[in-house]
Design a protein around this ligand. Structure first.
Ligand SMILES: [Fe+2]
Length: 324
């Protein structure tokens, strides 16, 4: 009798388990759970490589260019950005991970590669929140090589707006651990090349860049440029205008609102000067690294000047440059 009761109870439990599993299966919950776990496990980094011949360089020199991580974190210090931050956070989730997690995966990869230099090419944060900047600092500080930061169009936003004149100094201070200067450009001088770092000035380069060009021409070393917004390529056939319009849209097919140059954001005097400088056939510029458009692209600005655009770090993209 007791044996029969036991059997009946076991049968009842098995039937209930089967029923629950069948119910969950109809709702596709096990499949969704499995897909989510698989998605969370994805950690591969998308790396595009570029090799650039630099006159007189004795040993290879490796640079990683990381841009567009769009870290959107907020804490009690960031009350004014909370709403926009929470909304934007959802937009940058990839493979079930927030943008800060995908940025960390890229940084793990970069550290393992032990480069000579890392350049952060703008839109590292989606808003200048203290929480996002702290997160970036924590990752950057783990690097054992020097690193530089240039500003993209997002890095100084507060609540989706550019910082006002009153707010600017306070906001900019948050980046002092990596950039304590307030200049719109920096020239980092190496033995065999100069690295020009340019902040974004509303899809243009800033007016002071004319001085940088004069300085670089006087120095005469090969030049590498890091900027946020790419140029419309000036040499050979290029489909970059069409590709950006596919992704970002435009009222006119032959006009891009996310690039700099002809048929794009009308270049100011400084931007025009820079385009002339990088497009010279026998000019100094060997490489331009950019981001902003959120997909990989490679093109030419002159027979020798390569423009390479990194895929975004929020999709675990990065560019590795080997100078040799
Ligand atoms: Fe971006």
């Amino acid at each position: 009798m007791i044996e029969n009761d036991k059997r009946r109870t076991i049968l009842l439990i098995i039937t209930m388990i089967c029923g629950i599993l069948a119910f969950l299966s109809v709702l596709k919950i096990p499949q969704k759970g499995y897909a989510k776990i698989r998605s969370l496990m994805k950690k591969e980094v998308v790396v595009y490589e570029e090799k650039i011949d630099i006159d007189g360089l004795d040993e290879p020199f490796t640079i990683f260019f990381v841009a567009d991580s769009h870290i959107c974190l907020c804490d009690d210090r960031d009350k004014e950005s909370k709403e926009i931050c929470d909304k934007r956070y959802q937009e940058f989730i990839r493979d079930s991970k927030g943008s800060e997690k995908n940025f960390s995966i890229v940084m793990d990869y970069v550290r393992k590669e032990d480069p000579d230099l890392v350049v952060f090419g703008g839109d590292i944060t989606d808003e200048a929140t203290c929480a996002s900047i702290d997160y970036f600092k924590k990752e950057a500080d783990k690097l054992s090589c020097p690193y530089y930061l240039l500003m993209g169009n997002h890095d100084l936003l507060i609540n989706g707006e550019s910082a006002s004149a009153d707010e600017y100094e306070e906001i900019r201070k948050r980046y002092d651990f990596v950039r304590s200067d307030r200049s719109a450009y920096n020239i980092e001088r190496f033995d065999h090349f100069n690295l020009l770092l340019l902040d974004d000035c509303n899809n243009q380069v800033c007016n002071e860049v004319g001085e940088a060009i004069a300085d670089l021409e006087k120095d005469g070393k090969p030049v590498i440029i890091a900027q946020h917004v790419p140029f419309v390529p000036t040499y050979g056939d290029s489909d970059l205008l069409l590709r950006t319009n596919d992704v970002w849209g435009s009222a006119y097919l032959d006009y891009s609102r996310v690039l700099m140059g002809e048929h794009a954001n009308l270049p100011n005097e400084a931007t025009s000067k820079l385009i002339d400088f990088v497009s010279k056939e026998d000019g100094l510029t060997d490489l331009i690294m950019a981001g902003h458009i959120h997909f990989y692209h490679r093109d030419l600005m002159s027979p020798k000047t390569v423009q390479t655009v990194t895929p975004p770090a929020f999709e675990r993209g990065v560019i590795k440059i080997t100078l040799y």
